[in-house]
Design a protein. Structure first.
Length: 280
């Protein structure tokens, strides 16, 4: 990836993280940890990879994105706002009465949201259905679905994985956000899902393992997925929960907790300094 482009993506991911913190702070509730960890991947998808148009969010030829781990809505809202789907200032209305930015994504209300999600495992199943529809209609769009590593403890995920492999859904790319933390602690302690890559491979998927904060590897992984024929691809990305905010990084308690004013100011100061360095 070109150095200048990579720098632009890093700067945008920093803005997206600031949007996450802004939204959760103003809501006084939400899920900042996983949202911050996903910022790099979603920034790349919306800024570089996916065929989407904020001026025509319902375009039938668009690529589809499903946030199966719907509690990480703050990062989806932030990247949609910075992509031009709605005003950035609207992020401050997260979870407020009358706001279209509710705690989990709602299709038909928020431009750019292709599927309502929240109950873990179900979004992935819907993404598989979208991909099958695309194959049946011989449409050109691709479908992307993000799952949490804790989410794949759900049996429905593996039913969907079997379905996608059986129907050869090579227009489907799943992204497993592997930060090894869920609400109660380490995934490996609570209900281990490892080895993730071997399990998906056994279900007939093409598997790619990457560092989810390395834009070169992110790009290579999605290019690999597009070149894969006859089977779906899963990208298993190692990420840091709370990435970009020092006191939130690798801390399970930030799974679903909003910062107070002091913490908000510290987080925004860190991110602003990061952005300044990238823009100099």
């Amino acid at each position: 990836m070109d150095t200048a482009v990579k720098k632009q993506l890093k700067a945008m991911a920093c803005r997206v993280r600031m949007g996450v913190v802004e939204g959760v702070y103003n809501a006084k509730s939400g899920h900042p940890g996983g949202s911050l960890g996903l910022a790099d991947t979603l920034t790349y998808l919306y800024m570089m990879r996916m065929n989407v148009d904020p001026e025509n969010p319902g375009n039938p030829e668009r690529d589809r994105f499903v946030l199966s781990k719907g509690h990480n809505a703050p990062v989806l809202y932030s990247v949609l706002a910075y992509s031009g789907f709605f005003p950035v200032d609207e992020l401050k209305t997260l979870r407020k009465i009358g706001s279209r930015l509710q705690g989990h994504p709602v299709m038909g209300t928020v431009p750019g949201v292709d599927m309502s999600t929240g109950s873990l495992g179900q979004g992935f199943s819907a993404a598989c259905g979208m991909a099958l529809a695309g194959k049946t209609d011989r449409a050109g769009y691709r479908v992307y679905a993000v799952l949490g590593d804790g989410e794949i403890q759900e049996g429905q995920v593996w039913e969907a994985a079997m379905f996608a492999s059986h129907y050869g859904l090579d227009n489907l790319t799943a992204i497993v956000d592997n930060n090894n933390l869920q609400i109660d602690g380490k995934v490996s302690d609570i209900m281990s899902v490892y080895p993730i890559d071997e399990k998906f491979r056994a279900f007939g998927w093409h598997t790619v393992c990457i560092d989810g904060h390395d834009f070169d590897r992110i790009e290579q992984a999605f290019e690999d997925a597009e070149k894969t024929s006859g089977k779906p691809t899963v990208i298993i990305q190692k990420t840091v929960k709370g990435k970009g905010v020092s006191f939130m990084e690798n801390a399970a308690n930030w799974h679903g907790m909003a910062p107070n004013q002091e913490q908000y100011e510290m987080a925004m100061s860190e991110l602003a300094e990061c952005l300044k360095q990238l823009e100099d």
